[in-house]
Design a protein around this ligand. Structure first.
Ligand code: DC
Length: 234
């Protein structure tokens, strides 16, 4: 069966990564969490003092730092998940913290950072047989992806899901703070000039407000054969 690229875009906390990981496991594909790259760059910039808590950025210093930054994914056999490494250090937990979530959109807005991340993504996608989730995968990074999905869900449902994930690691997190963060990110992600979050015209919309993971898997199983068997010249 031919290997394809599956691009999953959509709003924050719509369950893109859980869904993408399930699809990748089922197909024996590689899952790539593109937001993790933006988060790792953000963490690096915060640590170096290049990005301040009030979101001021020293762009020249950031560009210099990116030249010496190596971000990679390594598969953890125990958790069966890819984990993110920043210059050799496992930063998987740290990049998920609410502080980083609050700042990442300010880094992802920079065209220079997007170019840096896109270069890595194009490299990773060359092998095909990948499921990537993000905001601009089907529109900008892989506009020729064979299957594009655009995910959305009610904001309150999204905030509740994200809070459940965060609480074990960050017991001080509140529903209000999480909801505010994701609404703020939706606005910044959708309104930025370079590669904003938009639905590709040929993307299939998946609103999972009232769907379980199993419902979503049933949906994808029903449509996948058409895309896996489809002949194309990409
Ligand atoms: O998917 P996530 O919440 O981990 O993404 C973190 C941030 O990175 C998100 O606020 C927007 C940005 N992002 C992006 O601009 N483009 C992508 N392809 C993926 C993420």
């Amino acid at each position: 069966m031919k290997k394809i690229i599956i691009a999953i875009d959509g709003y924050s906390s719509t369950g893109k990564s859980s869904f993408a990981q399930r699809i990748a496991a089922e197909l024996g594909y590689v899952y790539i969490d593109t937001g993790a790259l933006y988060r790792a760059v953000t963490l690096h910039a915060v640590r170096l003092g290049i990005l301040t808590p009030d979101n001021r950025i020293d762009l020249n210093a950031l560009l210099g730092a990116l030249n010496n930054t190596y971000i990679a994914f390594r598969f953890n056999e125990v958790t069966q998940r890819n984990e993110t490494y920043l210059n050799g250090e496992n930063v998987e937990q740290e990049i998920r913290r609410l502080e980083i979530s609050n700042q990442v959109s300010h880094i992802a807005v920079l065209p220079e950072v997007r170019a840096y991340v896109d270069e890595r993504l194009v490299e990773l996608g060359k092998q095909k047989g990948v499921v990537m989730d993000g905001r601009d995968i089907g529109t900008a990074v892989f506009p020729n992806a064979e299957l594009k999905i655009f995910m959305t869900a009610d904001p309150l449902v999204r905030a509740e899901r994200r809070l459940k994930e965060l609480l074990p690691k960050q017991p001080e997190a509140t529903l209000e703070a999480v909801l505010a963060n994701l609404q703020q990110r939706d606005i910044i992600d959708s309104s930025r000039e370079t590669h904003p979050l938009t639905q590709a015209p040929d993307a299939l919309i998946l609103d999972n407000t009232h769907m379980t993971m199993e419902d979503q898997m049933e949906w994808i199983r029903s449509i996948l054969p058409k895309y896996l068997n489809h002949e194309s010249n990409h």
